[in-house]
Design a protein around this ligand. Structure first.
Ligand SMILES: Nc1ncnc2c1ncn2[C@@H]1O[C@H](COP(=O)(O)OP(=O)(O)O)[C@@H](O)[C@H]1O
Ligand SMILES: [Mg+2]
Length: 353
């Protein structure tokens, strides 16, 4: 059976209470996650936060000290990689340079001693799925970076995994290729309907193609949500700052208002309950500049970006960015000008670390 003939029903992945340490370094600190059947899911976080370790743990190349991994309801903890129905595409692709595209894709089936006619049929089907059937006779060095990546994906899906794991699959491509290849990857994932986990440190990559994202920091998951949920309703300052530009200001909460260090008073929106130690967070496009607005600042830099004008301001001890839509014929504020920043109360979020 080939992936094109009968796609298996997609499975879920459940990670419960996973802890992992290398020596005394805790790399994964109590991970709980539920990835839905057929979902395109991202692990997003800065370098060193544990994304690859978590992916390797799902694949069976690392073992947790505590906790479990379930794939399609089956606890796979303790099983070797080849008994988990997962396919891992490595960051480096790891293609055999001396083998043709077809032979690279056939490799895993030969290892499993699949009969020759079936190998040929499945390799052909996998190459058609990734749009490379016409290049089956080439060697990896005769392909572009994006095509090599598709060979790596074909080689993984030909063994019919239930879960596809991709570790920074776009990082070897130049900036332009990354955008077109990520679209192809998204279209392919939808065609396959395969539960897919995509590891990246690039928020734009995760936002543009993934259904949901787990934002990780130092071995912990800080928030899980759709790209829009994470942007609009970040749960903490880390997520707010990691997904998009964020202004963050210190202050104190008293009698229905947040008072900035410099004295400006911002009334709390109805129902707003700032957590202890909260700071004010707002996006650059949600504020505006006006002479009589409450937050006093000084413009230190101005960038004309076409559709918007980006102002960098100094507010007390903090740096603030405000994006103002550009109106032709409108007046711009000059560097050095003292202006006020206006912020609608419902656009002010109060978040802690
Ligand atoms: N085999 C290992 N032995 C010791 N430390 C490791 C090993 N693999 C990873 N680490 C450490 O675990 C942390 C997480 O690594 P990794 O999962 O590769 O992060 P990411 O993929 O998010 O960049 C890092 O601090 C890294 O140095
Ligand atoms: Mg990594």
């Amino acid at each position: 059976m080939t992936p094109t003939e009968r796609p298996a029903a997609p499975v879920d992945v459940r990670i419960e209470g996973v802890e992992l340490a290398y020596g005394t370094t805790r790399v994964l600190k109590g991970i709980d996650l539920e990835i839905r059947p057929g979902e395109f899911f991202a692990f997003l976080g800065p370098s060193g936060c544990g994304k690859t370790t978590l992916l390797r743990l799902i694949a069976g190349f690392a073992e947790a000290d505590r906790g479990s991994v379930r794939i399609g309801g089956t606890d796979v903890s303790g099983r070797p990689p080849w008994k988990r129905d997962v396919g891992l595409v490595f960051q480096s692709y790891a293609l055999w340079p001396h083998l043709t595209v077809a032979a690279n894709v056939a490799f895993g089936l030969e290892e499993r001693r699949v009969p020759r006619p079936e190998i040929e049929r499945r390799v052909q089907a996998a190459l058609e799925l990734v749009g490379l059937a016409h290049l089956a006779g080439r060697r990896p060095s005769q392909l572009s970076g994006g095509q090599q990546q598709r060979v790596a994906v074909a080689r993984t899906i030909v063994v019919e995994p239930k879960v596809l794991l991709l570790d920074e699959p776009l990082s070897n491509l130049d900036a332009k290729m990354r955008v077109s290849v990520r679209r192809e990857l998204h279209a392919l994932q939808r065609r396959l309907g395969l539960t897919t986990i995509f590891v990246t440190h690039d928020q734009e990559e995760a936002n543009s193609i993934c259904d949901r994202i787990a934002v990780m920091e130092a071995g912990s998951i800080r928030q899980v949500g759709t790209p829009m949920e994470l942007y609009e309703r970040p749960a903490n300052l880390f997520v707010a700052g990691f997904l998009g530009a964020a202004n963050i200001l210190d202050g104190t909460v008293a009698s229905g208002a947040f008072t900035l260090a410099g004295g400006a008073r911002i009334p709390l929106a109805a129902g707003a309950v700032p957590p202890p130690g909260a700071k004010l967070m707002f996006r650059p496009q949600h504020a505006s500049l006006a002479a009589d607005a409450p937050i006093a600042g000084t413009i230190v830099h101005r960038e004309f970006l076409g559709a918007t004008v980006r102002y960098a301001l100094r507010v007390g001890e903090s740096d603030v960015v405000v994006d103002v839509p550009f109106q032709s014929g409108g007046d711009l504020h000059d560097v050095g000008a003292h202006v006020g920043i206006a912020l609608p109360p419902e656009r002010a979020l109060y978040l802690a670390d």
